[in-house]
Design a protein around this ligand. Structure first.
Ligand SMILES: [Ca+2]
Ligand SMILES: [Ca+2]
Length: 186
Protein backbone atom coordinates (compact mmCIF):
# COMPACT_ATOMS: atom_id res chain seq x y z
CA UNK A 1 0.00 0.00 0.00
CA UNK A 2 2.81 2.32 0.98
CA UNK A 3 4.63 1.44 -2.21
CA UNK A 4 1.49 2.13 -4.23
CA UNK A 5 1.14 5.57 -2.63
CA UNK A 6 4.78 6.33 -3.38
CA UNK A 7 4.23 5.34 -6.99
CA UNK A 8 1.07 7.50 -7.17
CA UNK A 9 2.87 10.45 -5.62
CA UNK A 10 5.78 10.06 -8.05
CA UNK A 11 3.28 10.10 -10.92
CA UNK A 12 1.74 13.35 -9.64
CA UNK A 13 5.17 14.94 -9.28
CA UNK A 14 6.15 13.74 -12.76
CA UNK A 15 3.02 15.28 -14.29
CA UNK A 16 3.46 18.62 -12.52
CA UNK A 17 7.13 18.67 -13.57
CA UNK A 18 6.02 18.25 -17.18
CA UNK A 19 3.37 20.94 -17.22
CA UNK A 20 1.96 23.28 -14.62
CA UNK A 21 -1.59 24.48 -14.67
CA UNK A 22 -2.79 28.06 -14.96
CA UNK A 23 -6.09 29.89 -14.79
CA UNK A 24 -7.43 33.16 -16.18
CA UNK A 25 -8.51 36.35 -14.49
CA UNK A 26 -11.41 38.15 -16.15
CA UNK A 27 -11.76 40.65 -17.65
CA UNK A 28 -9.00 39.81 -20.15
CA UNK A 29 -11.02 40.76 -23.23
CA UNK A 30 -8.54 43.15 -24.87
CA UNK A 31 -4.83 43.27 -25.63
CA UNK A 32 -4.52 46.11 -23.08
CA UNK A 33 -6.07 43.96 -20.33
CA UNK A 34 -4.35 40.69 -21.28
CA UNK A 35 -3.91 38.07 -18.56
CA UNK A 36 -0.33 37.74 -17.24
CA UNK A 37 -0.57 34.08 -16.19
CA UNK A 38 1.80 33.05 -19.02
CA UNK A 39 3.99 36.16 -19.03
CA UNK A 40 7.70 36.30 -18.21
CA UNK A 41 8.24 32.52 -18.07
CA UNK A 42 11.67 31.09 -18.78
CA UNK A 43 11.70 28.78 -21.83
CA UNK A 44 11.37 25.88 -22.21
CA UNK A 45 7.99 25.89 -20.50
CA UNK A 46 4.54 24.34 -20.87
CA UNK A 47 1.28 25.26 -19.16
CA UNK A 48 -2.20 23.77 -19.25
CA UNK A 49 -5.24 25.88 -18.44
CA UNK A 50 -8.86 24.80 -18.04
CA UNK A 51 -10.57 28.03 -19.09
CA UNK A 52 -13.98 29.10 -20.33
CA UNK A 53 -15.79 31.28 -22.78
CA UNK A 54 -19.02 33.05 -21.92
CA UNK A 55 -21.16 34.89 -24.50
CA UNK A 56 -19.11 37.63 -26.24
CA UNK A 57 -16.05 36.65 -24.17
CA UNK A 58 -12.50 36.83 -25.54
CA UNK A 59 -9.43 35.71 -23.59
CA UNK A 60 -6.07 37.44 -24.15
CA UNK A 61 -2.81 36.07 -22.72
CA UNK A 62 0.47 38.00 -22.79
CA UNK A 63 3.58 35.91 -23.48
CA UNK A 64 7.24 36.78 -23.91
CA UNK A 65 9.21 35.17 -26.73
CA UNK A 66 12.85 35.30 -27.78
CA UNK A 67 13.78 35.25 -31.45
CA UNK A 68 13.91 31.61 -32.56
CA UNK A 69 11.52 30.33 -29.87
CA UNK A 70 8.97 27.77 -31.01
CA UNK A 71 5.45 28.51 -29.79
CA UNK A 72 2.74 25.85 -29.78
CA UNK A 73 -0.79 26.65 -28.62
CA UNK A 74 -3.72 24.28 -28.92
CA UNK A 75 -7.33 24.39 -27.75
CA UNK A 76 -9.41 21.36 -26.82
CA UNK A 77 -13.10 22.33 -26.48
CA UNK A 78 -14.56 20.16 -23.70
CA UNK A 79 -18.31 20.75 -24.01
CA UNK A 80 -20.89 19.02 -26.27
CA UNK A 81 -19.00 16.15 -27.96
CA UNK A 82 -15.75 18.14 -27.79
CA UNK A 83 -16.84 20.57 -30.52
CA UNK A 84 -18.12 23.35 -28.27
CA UNK A 85 -17.17 26.07 -27.66
CA UNK A 86 -16.14 26.54 -31.32
CA UNK A 87 -13.03 28.71 -30.92
CA UNK A 88 -10.86 30.95 -33.10
CA UNK A 89 -7.32 31.77 -31.91
CA UNK A 90 -4.77 34.35 -33.09
CA UNK A 91 -1.36 35.71 -32.16
CA UNK A 92 -0.68 39.48 -32.16
CA UNK A 93 2.38 41.58 -31.39
CA UNK A 94 2.22 44.70 -29.20
CA UNK A 95 0.79 47.08 -31.79
CA UNK A 96 -0.28 45.28 -34.98
CA UNK A 97 -3.98 44.96 -35.81
CA UNK A 98 -3.41 41.99 -38.15
CA UNK A 99 -2.65 38.60 -36.63
CA UNK A 100 0.81 37.11 -37.12
CA UNK A 101 -0.82 33.66 -37.25
CA UNK A 102 -4.36 32.52 -36.60
CA UNK A 103 -6.46 29.36 -36.75
CA UNK A 104 -10.15 28.47 -36.61
CA UNK A 105 -10.63 24.67 -36.63
CA UNK A 106 -7.80 22.30 -35.76
CA UNK A 107 -7.83 18.75 -37.09
CA UNK A 108 -11.13 16.96 -36.54
CA UNK A 109 -12.18 19.32 -33.76
CA UNK A 110 -13.71 22.81 -33.60
CA UNK A 111 -10.81 23.82 -31.38
CA UNK A 112 -7.87 25.85 -32.74
CA UNK A 113 -4.10 25.40 -32.97
CA UNK A 114 -1.12 27.66 -33.67
CA UNK A 115 2.49 26.79 -34.39
CA UNK A 116 4.95 29.65 -34.85
CA UNK A 117 8.68 30.33 -34.57
CA UNK A 118 9.35 33.85 -33.27
CA UNK A 119 11.31 36.04 -35.68
CA UNK A 120 11.86 38.77 -33.08
CA UNK A 121 12.25 39.00 -29.32
CA UNK A 122 9.37 40.74 -27.58
CA UNK A 123 5.93 40.57 -26.04
CA UNK A 124 3.11 38.79 -27.86
CA UNK A 125 -0.57 38.23 -27.24
CA UNK A 126 -2.57 35.05 -27.69
CA UNK A 127 -6.27 35.78 -28.27
CA UNK A 128 -9.08 33.21 -28.06
CA UNK A 129 -12.69 33.97 -28.92
CA UNK A 130 -15.87 32.22 -30.06
CA UNK A 131 -16.52 31.67 -33.77
CA UNK A 132 -18.71 34.39 -35.28
CA UNK A 133 -18.28 34.20 -39.04
CA UNK A 134 -15.34 33.76 -41.38
CA UNK A 135 -14.75 37.46 -42.14
CA UNK A 136 -11.80 39.16 -40.45
CA UNK A 137 -10.54 36.23 -38.38
CA UNK A 138 -7.03 37.70 -38.71
CA UNK A 139 -8.10 41.14 -37.44
CA UNK A 140 -7.75 42.41 -33.88
CA UNK A 141 -11.35 43.67 -34.08
CA UNK A 142 -12.57 40.05 -34.48
CA UNK A 143 -11.28 39.41 -30.93
CA UNK A 144 -11.67 42.75 -29.16
CA UNK A 145 -15.38 43.53 -28.86
CA UNK A 146 -16.40 40.12 -30.26
CA UNK A 147 -20.09 39.24 -30.43
CA UNK A 148 -20.62 35.47 -30.21
CA UNK A 149 -22.62 32.73 -28.50
CA UNK A 150 -19.91 30.09 -28.05
CA UNK A 151 -19.93 29.15 -24.36
CA UNK A 152 -18.31 26.46 -22.24
CA UNK A 153 -14.96 25.28 -20.98
CA UNK A 154 -11.86 24.63 -23.05
CA UNK A 155 -8.37 23.34 -22.37
CA UNK A 156 -5.56 25.59 -23.59
CA UNK A 157 -2.11 24.01 -23.77
CA UNK A 158 0.79 26.36 -24.52
CA UNK A 159 4.49 25.56 -24.81
CA UNK A 160 7.56 27.61 -25.72
CA UNK A 161 10.78 25.85 -26.66
CA UNK A 162 13.99 27.76 -27.47
CA UNK A 163 15.79 27.10 -30.72
CA UNK A 164 18.53 24.59 -29.90
CA UNK A 165 21.49 26.84 -30.77
CA UNK A 166 23.87 24.06 -29.75
CA UNK A 167 22.39 21.76 -32.40
CA UNK A 168 22.82 24.44 -35.04
CA UNK A 169 26.42 24.99 -33.93
CA UNK A 170 27.01 21.23 -34.12
CA UNK A 171 25.51 21.20 -37.63
CA UNK A 172 27.84 24.01 -38.70
CA UNK A 173 30.77 22.13 -37.14
CA UNK A 174 29.91 18.96 -39.03
CA UNK A 175 29.56 20.88 -42.30
CA UNK A 176 33.00 22.39 -41.68
CA UNK A 177 34.47 18.96 -41.00
CA UNK A 178 33.01 17.56 -44.24
CA UNK A 179 34.45 20.53 -46.17
CA UNK A 180 37.85 19.95 -44.56
CA UNK A 181 37.84 16.24 -45.51
CA UNK A 182 36.88 17.12 -49.09
CA UNK A 183 39.71 19.65 -49.28
CA UNK A 184 42.18 17.06 -47.95
CA UNK A 185 41.08 14.53 -50.57
CA UNK A 186 41.49 16.99 -53.44
CA1 LIG B 1 -12.74 33.48 -20.42
CA1 LIG C 1 -12.25 37.09 -21.29
Amino acid sequence: MKRLMTVALSAVIAVSAFAQTFSETEPNNTRATADNALYGLSAPWARVGVLSLSANDTDFFKISLNAGDWLTAIIFPTATNYISPDTVMALFDVSGTTAIVWNDDAGSSFGSAIQWQADATGDYFLAITGFHGTTGRNSLSYYEGASHNETGSYILTVSVVPEPASLIALGTGLAGLVALRRRKRA
